[in-house]
Write a protein that binds this ligand. Structure first.
Ligand SMILES: NC(=O)c1ccc[n+]([C@@H]2O[C@H](COP(=O)([O-])OP(=O)(O)OC[C@H]3O[C@@H](n4cnc5c(N)ncnc54)[C@H](O)[C@@H]3O)[C@@H](O)[C@H]2O)c1
Length: 251
């Protein structure tokens, strides 16, 4: 078991990838707090995973400082010694809007959830990790944080910023034993794409560009989170790991 006795928080844990990460963390022996701003999704994840180990759910909005503070206080109470060893920042949205049509509200919203949310939760959890002697923070970026994609203006910008935010965290927090990395998935088949209204043609074009000839699985992304959360990645910090079936090596 890679994460035995480790305490983990997963934001966006009600979603497709976040809930899979929660499942894999539990399988590896971690105690897990799954958090999301969608209570119904949290209830569903709890029902599905409760038999697998120590799982708690807590509703929180990652864009709201007092809500994040509540979450961290909740973690301190639930976890032995109040320690948080692992933070996976997975909450995110991907609205499909061309640059010229992007209004300030939708731009602000995607930056708030994807970037400000990652910053806020990481900052509060880091303070706890500093006092408990270290931890691993894994921030969900995307291949869109490395290469731009038409129609995802705010998303591209937010995911690129997450990579540099993570590097800054790695620089400043290394001396406390805290590692910070980002994960850049390519095409992972989930409901997110359907909700964002991506055109069918765009989906087909994606698959054509992937050398492995298929979209990725949520379980494959979750396995990478397990690795970065575990002591096996103890000398890896300040980097971004692409998991895309080879897609962006040819773009
Ligand atoms: N699916 C892909 O192909 C893909 C590729 C690259 C990166 N990603 C990233 O992975 C992450 C998860 O994606 P997914 O496909 O599981 O999407 P999803 O929509 O299933 O999950 C996202 C979760 O974030 C939650 N959330 C949204 N706003 C929130 C807020 N303010 N506070 C707390 N929670 C909030 C949602 O309720 C949802 O449960 C996202 O950050 C996404 O950008 C996904």
């Amino acid at each position: 078991m890679e994460l035995k006795n480790k305490n983990a928080i997963i934001t966006g844990g009600g979603g497709a990838i976040g809930s899979e990460i929660a499942k894999r963390f539990l399988e590896e022996g971690a105690r897990v707090i799954v958090t999301d701003n969608n209570q119904k999704a949290l209830d569903g994840v709890y029902d599905k995973l409760k038999g697998m180990g120590e799982i708690f759910t807590k509703s929180a909005d990652v864009t709201d400082e007092s809500s994040v503070l509540d979450l961290v206080n909740f973690a301190e109470k639930q976890f032995s010694g109040g320690r948080i060893d692992i933070l996976a920042n997975v909450a995110g949205i991907a609205p499909f809007k061309h640059f010229i049509d992007t209004d300030i509200e939708s731009f602000q919203k995607v930056m708030d959830i994807n970037l400000k949310g990652t910053f806020l939760v990481s900052r509060m959890v880091s303070k706890k990790m500093i006092s408990s002697g270290g931890g691993s923070i894994i921030n969900m970026s995307s291949t869109n944080g490395i290469l731009a994609e038409e129609g995802l203006t705010g998303y591209n910008a937010s995911k690129a910023a997450i990579i540099l935010l993570s590097k800054t965290m790695a620089l400043e927090l290394g001396k406390y034993g805290i590692r910070a990395n980002s994960v850049c998935p390519g095409w992972i088949r989930t409901e997110l794409q359907d909700k964002s209204g991506l055109p069918r043609e765009m989906i087909d074009n994606y698959i054509k560009k992937i050398p492995l000839g298929r979209s990725g699985k949520t379980s494959e992304v979750a396995d990478l989170f397990v690795f970065l959360a575990s002591d096996r990645s103890s000398f890896i910090t300040g980097t971004e790991i692409v998991i895309d079936g080879g897609q962006i090596c040819q773009e």
